[in-house]
Design a protein around this ligand. Structure first.
Ligand code: NAD
Length: 473
């Protein structure tokens, strides 16, 4: 059962709760909150069997306070105007929270991709792009899509190719979409960026003793038990990077079943098993939980919903046994569940902050595309040689001989190093800002959780932007 209010109403309720702690004029707050434009279009698809299907697509640009607008494109049966406007709004606030200079947008096509052949999906994606071009909803300085639920690098490559064919400015056409394959001007590190950002964010959260103590947790991610829902782009990468920092991924939940091993699952082996069999369910080194949603109720330190919205509801919230809910998906917690978690003292790390790694690295890709230079390319060899010279100097001065392994560690930063370092810095800075806001309000006895603090920071940044435009006093 879908809980009221709708997704977009929920986002607006979160906005309103935060807006109470600011003193901007009502008109300015309304302007920030409203969706600036949205577009629903339909087109016919001649299917492989000769029948005709009608395809429904949407694109919403929530805020034009900064251009271009930016946001993913999803393929899902749940796509409708309300969902796309809600997700576009979340993009506006997310970009502001991590200080990425874009307005928010989102697009989607209402379909179950497993029901369409590869060639049908290509025709749908190209026609969708054509519609965006016709309606001026795409362009390097206008609106820049990216992958989201049900889409990936292949769809982004089709979008780029369709746009480039028709673009007047061929040189910068490559910046019309991000999340492209590396060979098509994508950036190293984008594929795993959202999951990696989730882990950088969690590391920062879990390093603060004052916040971990009330939850009964020690600091650090090492040894913490984690359950991940959704083993797609975000869920798989979050699980993989969590395992790399020695967290224990004890449960993975997919649409057709969940698996559990209290000693920890080997994430790469689970991924290999799924690639081979098409499912995680028969993975040998784990117990199968046949009702996937029961997996959400496993006892763990951190629950990472990384699938879709409205997964944690009034119905299951009282049975959730996690101390921290790390919202890797957009909108996984309904307002009723949110209220239950707050009452129960469960810490929620909100989507608007935690899954911002994707748009952050998309920003790096967009910059790289517009500058036409691969990050790190100009300086790498110079840095390599500076580091080698330093190493020799240390050897000469101390008599210590570095091993081959130690020598391997010393290299100039390549593109992925720079991307990851920029991403980590962004996630750390944004969390510090969020926490500072929370603490300031705590000192005034205001009821400000992480989600509200994140929204307050977003409102300040967007309001400043409108004021600089001279539109509001
Ligand atoms: P994806 O399509 O790559 O993966 C989604 C996975 O979730 C699939 O494996 C699917 O089978 C599974 N799934 C679907 N319904 C499920 C259910 N009820 N229970 C368990 N598993 C289920 O999508 P993604 O890109 O990983 O996106 C996941 C979430 O993260 C979405 O909310 C998306 O908006 C958000 N997000 C994605 C990005 C990105 O860069 N891709 C960035 C920010 C936020």
């Amino acid at each position: 059962m879908v809980e009221k209010p709708s997704f977009f109403e929920k986002v607006n309720t979160d906005f309103d709760r935060a807006a109470r702690f600011t003193d901007y004029p009502r008109g300015l707050l309304e302007q920030i909150k409203i969706c600036n434009s949205s577009c629903h279009f339909t087109f016919p698809l001649k299917r492989d069997d000769g029948t005709i299907a009608t395809i429904h697509g949407w694109r919403a640009e929530h805020s034009h306070h900064k251009l271009p607008t930016k946001g993913g494109i999803r393929y899902s049966t749940l796509v409708d105007e309300d969902e796309i406007m809600a997700l576009a709004a979340l993009m506006t606030y997310k970009c502001a929270i991590v200080d990425v200079p874009f307005g928010g947008a989102k697009g989607g096509i209402q379909l179950d991709r497993s029901q369409y052949s590869e060639s049908e999906l290509e025709r749908i994606t190209r026609r969708y792009t054509y519609e965006l071009i016709q309606k001026n909803y795409i362009g390097p300085g206008v609106d820049v899509p990216a992958p989201d639920f049900g889409t990936g690098e292949t769809e982004m490559a089709w979008i780029f190719d369709t746009y480039a064919t028709m673009a007047p400015d061929k040189l910068n056409a490559i910046a019309c979409v991000t999340g492209k394959p590396i060979e098509q001007n994508g950036i190293h590190g984008r594929r795993g960026a959202t999951g990696r950002g989730v882990v950088y964010g969690l590391e920062e959260v879990c390093n603060i003793e004052e916040d971990m103590k009330p939850l009964g947790l020690t600091t650090g991610l090492q040894g913490k038990s984690v359950v991940v829902q959704g083993f797609g782009n975000v869920g798989y990468h979050a699980a993989k990077f969590l395992m790399e920092v020695d967290a224990r991924v004890i449960g993975i939940i997919e649409i057709d079943g969940a698996i559990h091993n209290p000693n920890g699952l080997d994430v790469e082996k689970v991924a290999a098993h799924r690639a081979e069999t098409g499912s995680i369910c028969e993975y040998p080194d784990a117990e199968l939980i046949e009702t996937p949603n029961a997996g959400l109720e496993l006892a763990c330190d951190i629950l990472v919903p990384a699938a879709l919205e409205n997964q944690l509801t009034r119905e299951n919230a009282p049975r959730i046994q996690a101390n921290i809910i790390a919202e890797a998906a957009n909108g996984p917690t309904t307002p009723a569940a949110d209220a239950i978690f707050r009452k129960r003292g469960i810490m929620i790390i909100p989507d608007t902050y935690l899954n911002a790694g994707g748009v952050t690295v998309s920003y790096f890709e967009w910059l790289r595309n517009l500058s036409h230079v691969q990050l790190g390319r100009l300086g790498k060899r110079f840095e390599d040689s500076t580091q080698r010279t330093m190493l020799h100097a240390v050897e000469r001065a101390t008599g210590y001989q570095f091993s081959e392994d130690e020598r391997q560690l010393i290299h100039g930063a390549d593109e992925e190093d720079l991307v990851n370092s920029g991403l980590q810095d962004t996630m750390i800075r944004a969390y510090q800002e969020l926490r500072e806001t929370r603490m300031q309000h705590k000192n005034k006895n205001d009821d400000v959780d992480c989600r509200t603090a994140a929204f307050i920071n977003a409102i300040h940044r967007i309001a400043q932007s409108y004021m600089q435009l001279g539109i509001f006093p």
